[in-house]
Design a protein around this ligand. Structure first.
Ligand SMILES: NC(=O)c1ccc[n+]([C@@H]2O[C@H](COP(=O)([O-])OP(=O)(O)OC[C@H]3O[C@@H](n4cnc5c(N)ncnc54)[C@H](O)[C@@H]3O)[C@@H](O)[C@H]2O)c1
Length: 359
């Protein structure tokens, strides 16, 4: 498969969360494929941020700044964009922030998703909606088997609860309002822990490591033994694009459902393994120390995804294994530190990923 094997040229697309990390990469990629990309989000969540650094605005036909908790604002943005495809990424995406602000997290992630779907009901141009979920939506008993799409949803912390609830909302809208032939089709996409250039979010592993490495300090790890499915940001984005193409294809059946887009088993490594790999690729004097375990809020110890369904039914497959994913992330970060043109660097990585999809 190649993202863009379906035609994106001139297709009107709305990306919510375009000022964020994954949304910024997605906008550049969709524009590169020829789509007319409209964005809806709050201002960039960090300083610095991918949106400014990689000049994501240049990829956009429209850049609407609005809160998805505001139903009227979402409807106005949807009407103005008149999209055929919506990629819904806007969210409060951090587990620890979910502990700090559970109600805000639930409002943005659950009511915000409902507002997007409600506006979608009133948008006749719409044919496909990809709701971006997470690996954390599964009820996690910390058993070794990776999660399949049919496993029960559940949550320990407010962020995971909000994303699981958003998926249930999306499934209910699919069954209640988007079930007739000709209606827009809704799918949800659960990815792993994403790494890549341009992520400066708080409490995320590689951004924290890079800040320490650049300051000549050792990176200090919380939860060093927690195992996560790590993958480069372009891996799940390829899945979202492929998924949208299938949703647009009236002959493709059984696509409007939940999909996992996780790495191969070699990407399921501990926090300390990933941080040490990042330090090795960064080069001296980068180093890592494990903090003595303190009283930290609960985070899952073991989380893995089974992506067999996407591999077999969507022909999606991971391309950049862990070392490559980390090396691309370090290369992007160092290019930024040296003052390079980060729009060009971002597009260079997208083109190189596309070449591997065609290989
Ligand atoms: N980064 C990961 O490892 C990861 C893993 C799995 C799933 N996800 C999901 O991917 C999506 C994007 O995550 P990210 O890492 O790019 O996050 P990010 O924080 O970089 O971006 C979040 C985006 O959402 C927007 N936003 C937040 N609250 C909003 C609100 N109330 N109204 C309008 N816009 C709002 C922000 O402005 C920003 O554009 C989220 O849905 C997240 O849950 C991320």
């Amino acid at each position: 498969m190649s993202a863009g094997s379906g035609s994106w040229r001139g297709r009107r697309v709305l990306v919510t969360g375009h000022t964020g990390f994954k949304g910024g990469w997605l906008c550049h990629w969709l524009r590169w494929l020829g789509a007319e990309v409209h964005g809806l989000a709050l201002d960039p969540p960090t300083e610095p941020n991918l949106f400014s650094v990689a000049r994501v605005g240049e990829a956009l036909a429209a850049d609407v700044r609005a809160d998805i908790r505001d139903a009227d604002a979402v409807l106005r943005a949807m009407r103005a964009a008149a999209p055929e495809v919506v990629f819904h990424l806007a969210a409060q995406p951090l587990v620890r922030e979910g502990y700090r602000d559970p109600l805000g997290t639930l409002a943005t992630n659950v009511i915000g998703t409902a507002n997007v779907l409600e506006a979608a009901r009133q948008t006749p141009s719409l044919r496909a909606i990809v709701v971006v979920a997470t690996d954390k939506v599964y009820e996690n008993q910390e058993i070794a088997a990776p999660f399949r799409e049919t496993d029960p949803l559940g949550a320990h912390d407010p962020y995971s609860a909000s994303k699981a609830a958003a998926e249930i909302v999306a499934a209910s809208y699919r069954l209640s309002f988007f079930s007739k032939p000709g209606d827009a089709r809704i799918a949800s996409a659960r990815s792993g822990n994403v790494i890549g250039g341009g992520d400066w979010a708080k409490d995320r592993l590689l951004p924290d490591c890079f800040a320490a490495f650049a300051a000549g300090q050792p990176a200090r790890l919380r939860y060093p033994n927690a195992v996560r499915p790590w993958q480069h940001v372009l891996e799940p984005l390829a899945g979202y694009i492929e998924l949208a193409e299938r949703l647009l294809d009236d002959t493709a059946t059984g696509v409007d459902r939940a999909w996992n887009f996780g790495p191969d088993a070699e990407g399921d490594v501990s926090v300390s393994t990933l941080a040490k790999l990042a330090a090795e690729i960064w080069g001296p004097p980068a180093s890592v120390v494990v903090e003595p375990q303190q009283d930290q809020p609960h985070e899952a110890g073991l989380l893995r995804l089974d992506s067999t369904l996407a591999r077999t039914a969507l022909d999606w497959t991971p391309r950049w294994y862990l070392r490559t994913a980390v090396a691309k992330t370090v290369a992007w970060q160092k290019a930024w530190m040296s003052g390079a043109d980060m729009s060009a660097e971002t597009l260079k990585q997208i083109e190189s990923y596309e070449r591997e999809m065609l290989a």
